[in-house]
Write a protein that binds this ligand. Structure first.
Ligand code: 5GP
Length: 190
């Protein structure tokens, strides 16, 4: 998606270890106009897919997910990163965080992912696919169906994109980064 790639070139910052910071428009300050355009693009790309629920992980997936949910007029559920003591009926799974280098538990209430659900997962980044794998596990535990995954930014030099596509998951990424070597942002051609 051209507008996103241009914004990443303009405002994205590279950090050692293949990390891209987009705090200026996605992860800290947010640009709602771009966020809306990205959601419109997801709606276009998943137009042929039957979806009745959007699922994401707190916190950075919530903004794009709610934009997609708003456009499709569908409920948006976010998996929580801390298990609330008051919540029963939780499904949970472990996810390894590449940026924080630690494993954490994500959980979601069985009340909000049900066996009849057709779930679209939306997140900000796809790196090694650990969040995606965790979401697949939660959706499987619920007996629901995962119908696709949409990411704002995919880092193709990490393994998640290949892994998920080899599992026959419909993956859509709006900007695919080929390399961040020498802190130079290079995109995969469309
Ligand atoms: P994965 O689970 O695919 O290995 O990593 C994706 C998750 O890690 C995303 O939810 C995102 O929050 C975080 N992440 C991975 N790589 C980056 C990155 O380069 N920049 C930022 N800001 N977050 C990242």
């Amino acid at each position: 998606m051209k507008a996103l790639k241009e914004r990443i070139q303009k405002d994205g910052r590279c950090f050692p270890g293949g990390i891209l910071k987009v705090d200026n428009f996605i992860n800290h300050q947010m640009d709602p106009i771009l966020m809306k355009s990205m959601a419109v693009e997801f709606v276009r790309r998943f137009a042929g897919t039957e979806i009745n629920k959007i699922l994401t992980v707190e916190a950075s997936g919530i903004a794009p997910a709610i934009m997609v949910g708003y456009l499709l007029e569908l409920p948006v559920v976010f998996a929580k990163k801390r298990k609330p003591s008051t919540m029963e009926n939780m499904l949970e799974t472990e996810v390894f965080s590449f940026t924080k280098n630690q494993t954490y538990t994500i959980c979601v209430s069985k009340d909000y992912i049900q066996p009849e659900d057709k779930v679209l997962f939306i997140d900000d980044f796809l790196a090694n696919g650990n969040a995606g794998k965790g979401i697949m596990d939660l959706v499987n535990q619920a007996g629901a169906k995962l119908v696709g995954m949409g990411f704002l930014i995919e880092k193709a030099f990490q393994s998640g994109g290949n892994m998920l596509r080899e599992m026959n998951i419909h993956v859509e990424s709006l900007a695919i980064i080929k390399s961040l070597d020498n802190c130079e942002i290079k995109f995969k051609e469309d």
